[in-house]
Design a protein around this ligand. Structure first.
Ligand SMILES: Cc1cc2nc3c(=O)[nH]c(=O)nc-3n(C[C@H](O)[C@H](O)[C@H](O)COP(=O)(O)O)c2cc1C
Length: 196
């Protein structure tokens, strides 16, 4: 198997990290990989907020867990109650990925005749980050739950520019677990059709 395919297959969502911070050059290379993702009309409509401040990560974890106890988030109540559960899996680095707000309409942007797709562009950038991290032996996890923080006033602490909307976060850190494609969830089958 070639190295790219091996990296794709070996990447798993990591939820157990060492405290050791990742190297600066690895962090830079992972972000650079994100910026090399394809984007509709080459808009590159992303913005990355790197959080390596433990207090900030803990504050976000606490606030999100409080939100998870609300009746409106019934599906998350149990996780919110758990003392062991950490939204960021205690990773030393968290990267919030935001997309250009003016580009978030599915309609052609006023004054143009083409579509902007910041959400999917950011998703492509995130996948590049996860694969770049795996290529360094760094663990990662794509986080949707972080959205519960984005709806709080404390989101301002992240200094995301006004014209960007936070979508997701990615955790990064050295793995405290052994994983490989053998530990991957079973793949669904019957999802390919051929017209030849
Ligand atoms: C959009 C999206 C949101 C996710 N949100 C979370 C999350 O909040 N917390 C978490 O631990 N994992 C999250 N995951 C990771 C998935 O649970 C994981 O990718 C899936 O179970 C398959 O496992 P694998 O990544 O090891 O292949 C998310 C993944 C995606 C694509």
């Amino acid at each position: 198997m070639n190295q790219v395919l091996e990296t794709i297959k070996n990447r798993r969502s990591i939820r157990n990290y060492s405290d050791k911070q990742i190297r600066e050059e690895e962090l830079k290379a992972i972000i650079e990989a994100a910026t090399f993702a394809p984007s509709g009309h080459n808009c590159q409509p992303w913005y990355f907020t790197v959080i390596q401040n433990k207090k900030m990560i803990e504050l976000m974890n606490e606030k999100i867990k409080k939100q998870m106890l609300l009746p409106s988030y019934k599906w998350a109540n149990k996780m919110g109650e758990s003392a062991q559960y950490h939204v960021f899996h205690k990773a030393p680095t968290v990267i919030v990925v935001s997309g250009d707000k003016k580009a978030s309409s599915p309609l052609p942007l006023a004054g143009t005749d083409y579509y902007y797709t910041p959400l999917v562009d950011c998703a492509a950038a995130i996948e590049n980050m996860l694969l770049a991290a795996e290529s360094f032996g760094i663990g990662s996890c794509w986080l949707g739950l972080v959205n519960l923080f984005f709806e709080l006033p404390e989101v301002k602490k992240l200094n995301i520019p006004d014209d960007y909307q936070p979508y997701f976060a990615v955790t990064l850190g050295y793995k405290n677990v052994v994983v490989s494609h053998q530990t991957a969830p079973k793949r669904r089958t019957g999802i390919v059709d051929y017209i030849r």
